[in-house]
Design a protein around this ligand. Sequence first.
Ligand code: C2E
Ligand code: MG
Ligand code: MG
Ligand code: MG
Length: 277
Amino acid sequence: EAKGQGRGRIVFFSQRLSDERRRHLLLSDCLSQAHSNGSLALHFQPIVAAQSQRLVAFEALLRWHCPSVGAVSPMEFIPIAEDTGHIHQIGLWVLRHAVQLIENLPPETGLRDNLKIAINTSIKQLIRADFAGEVLAVLNSSQITTSQLVIEVTESVFDEQHMREVLASLSRLHQAGIEIHLDDFGTGYSSLSRLREFPLDAIKIDRSFVMASDEKSLAVIEGAVVIARKFGLRVIAEGVETQAQLDKLKTLGVDELQGYFIGKPAADIKHFLEMNA
Ligand code: C2E
Ligand code: MG
Ligand code: MG
Ligand code: MG
């Protein structure tokens, strides 16, 4: 009886593995068309100045509706796109559409010339030889200035193996006026000394620290603010879900806030533009 059960389990696990494999293959295949078949979309989440709560930027968050599978989270499909190399075309698609959001802002809002748009990038994009050139080419043929683009990178860019290529890309972009923000700060393997070596403008404190209310998480935020100040960096907090968190973060000296309490990512940004009034 136990033996029978054991066999059942083996069948169950191998079945599950092959389901995962099948899904992975299906998604990889589907991703090759994603940038050209209308299945990608961007949602935009507002980022506001902590003190005035005025709108300073939107973060572009990618959404994908795979025709044969349905909605797939970026947490699932971005790693696959990185493995298959589709991330390059998808990344360019994100950049072009993010730029369009700014270009299409109603002129009467006065936001076209100073609102920033943040895009997420993966290290795979950054180590591609002409990544910086491609980004600058898109901006050159657009109506937005380089200082309106923010490139968010994660602590994975500190990986020793790719340090030189990544630094070359980021330095070129930064020198051209593009802002570089370190996303999910505190979750990766950053050595604080890297903050000194990389051309950064801001750090985004990971939402796990914002959501936790224990003394230690607060100490991490407090410490990050102190270090950021010394390094001349701004601090952005992500994942702000309550008024209490917002108040706390303001007290701690965080510069900018993002989260469901401010606004959830949405395709239509019209209702966010009033945040500037
Ligand atoms: P991220 O860059 O750290 O983006 C923030 C994530 O937190 C988003 O999830 C957002 O919807 C979610 N979020 C924002 N405010 C709150 C809040 O108050 N509470 C909670 N619980 N969540 C909040 P999303 O859109 O599922 O994106 C997940 C991750 O996928 C992103 O994390 C980013 O690493 C990656 N990603 C998204 N779009 C792109 C892209 O265009 N390119 C690349 N390379 N990665 C992307
Ligand atoms: Mg991000
Ligand atoms: Mg983030
Ligand atoms: Mg995050």
